[in-house]
Design a protein around this ligand. Structure first.
Ligand code: HAM
Length: 431
């Protein structure tokens, strides 16, 4: 027997059953995907699907060389044929924008797009943090806001409501201003942090020169005082940025959407400006952010397109579903309606015909495969959690009848003419 090969660390199989250390099942996931499709349709967004692999330069240019994602977490390899450097996508925004620019989608009108799929980051795996994880992302391209900023938040809040988790998440908001405002703040911040350099930890000393805003993100309790007293970006915002931010907040107030202003919210990717937001929860331990996004007004131009102010967000599907599973509600259909059993020569073929007719009428039918005893088949029917069992044995075959059994309720068992099967099943199903 060959040696077993295991999945790559931090990359999960999604199975029909719960695993010890990964409780999400494929039917729960499927129910979520179905909901996402209708949720996006409700808001009039269109789906885009891009390749899982892109040229490395796309992510370096958009996400930023100094970010953790680009600096430490990307799966990069060279394509042996033409020595091109390729990377498994660590997020969806860059790929989406690359496609939009490449196919000139913004030529006539702005675009409201969404995507869903696997992303790859070589992070240290733990509950809610994986090396292959999944995002649902939304990008609204060519809109100045702040009304579209509000739309992003309204959309996410509507989804949390559908999933029954609205009371378990908090909306955090901040504005990063424009490039010049950030540069002025950065300079003041660096000067301030240099004044406190001796007290900083190694990570912060490194970030001080590469990405000083991220120093404020530190979890080190000894640095909280220094961070609290650091120059605040909000004090460097000009009139237009402040106005955008305050209009956004006024609209959220008007809609009754609660938020917490977090002046330290900077996000981990370099392309953001103005509005940034995150939905966080205190129910998932360290991996608290279930969804994050913001404006990236300069990115399309950076990637070779005409300037188009834009905003988007992405949610981590694993994190979100772990939260929904424990605290929310999402009904999924994993059991078939009918388990179809057969015994005796010719019964299998006859059952196939009945099963097909029931499927055409909208029922899901799991047909027993193989030729076990009826007792063994009934055990399988039980295990499948089907609501009804359909039985065709020699007696039924000879008399042109079928036996129907209610496996979950109190309707019992009856034998009826084959032509009455569909009607009876519909009637039983509606009880
Ligand atoms: P992000 O904050 O890097 O933003 O990721 C979005 C979400 O993906 C996170 O809030 C988290 O829920 C989930 N996530 C990230 N890394 C992992 C991981 N290793 N394991 C599990 N879940 C993870 C972006 O990716 C931006 N592209 C969002 C965006 C779209 N901004 C504008 N448009």
């Amino acid at each position: 027997m060959g040696k077993k090969i295991q999945a790559v660390k931090g990359m999960n199989d999604l199975l029909p059953v719960e695993q010890k250390d990964f409780k999400l099942t494929s039917s729960f996931w499927q129910a979520f995907e179905d909901l996402i499709g209708s949720w996006m349709h409700r808001f009039g967004y269109q789906q885009i699907r891009t390749p899982l692999v892109e040229q490395t330069g796309l992510f370096v240019r958009s996400i930023g060389e100094e970010t953790d994602v680009v600096g430490k977490e990307m799966y990069t390899f060279s394509d042996s044929n033409d020595s091109l450097s390729l990377t498994l996508r660590p997020e969806g925004t860059a790929s989406c924008l690359r496609a939009v620019v490449e196919h000139n989608l913004l030529y006539n009108s702005p675009q409201k797009l969404w995507y869903m799929g696997p992303m790859f980051r070589r992070e240290r795996p733990q509950k809610g943090r994986y090396r292959q994880f999944h995002q649902v992302g939304v990008e609204a391209l060519g809109f100045e806001g702040p009304d579209i900023d509000v739309e992003m938040i309204v959309m996410t809040a509507a989804l949390w409501k559908d999933l029954g988790i609205l009371e378990h998440v908090t909306l955090e908001l901040n504005s990063l201003g424009n490039r010049e405002e950030r540069a002025a703040h950065r300079q003041a911040l660096v000067e301030y942090l240099i004044g406190h350099e001796a007290a900083l930890d190694e990570d912060s000393k490194r970030r001080l020169h590469t990405n000083p805003l991220r120093v404020l993100d530190t979890k080190n309790p000894d640095l909280q005082q220094i961070c609290n007293n650091a120059p605040r970006l909000i004090d460097y915002l000009g009139e237009a940025s402040l106005q955008h931010y305050s209009q956004l907040k006024t609209m959220l107030d008007g809609l009754g959407i609660e938020y917490v202003e977090n002046p330290r919210l900077v996000r981990g990717l370099d392309y953001y400006n103005m509005t940034v937001f995150e939905w966080t929860t205190d129910k998932l331990g360290a991996q608290a952010t279930v969804c994050g996004g913001g404006r990236y007004d300069g990115l399309i131009e950076e990637l070779g397109g005409k300037p188009a102010p834009s905003i988007g967000f992405a949610m981590g599907v694993e994190r979100l579903l772990l939260l929904v599973q424990e605290y929310g509600s999402l009904s999924c259909q994993s059991a078939p309606d009918v388990y179809a059993m057969h015994q005796g020569e010719g019964a299998s073929l006859q059952v196939m015909k009945y099963a097909q007719a029931l499927r055409e009428a909208g029922f899901s039918v799991l047909q027993h495969s193989g030729s076990q005893s009826l007792k063994a088949q009934m055990k399988k029917a039980d295990g499948s959690r089907a609501r009804f069992a359909l039985i065709v044995a020699q007696d039924e075959l000879d008399s042109g009848t079928v036996t129907l059994k209610d496996m979950q309720g109190s309707l019992g068992q009856t034998t009826l003419g084959a032509s009455e099967l569909l009607n009876t099943l519909q009637e039983w199903n509606s009880k």
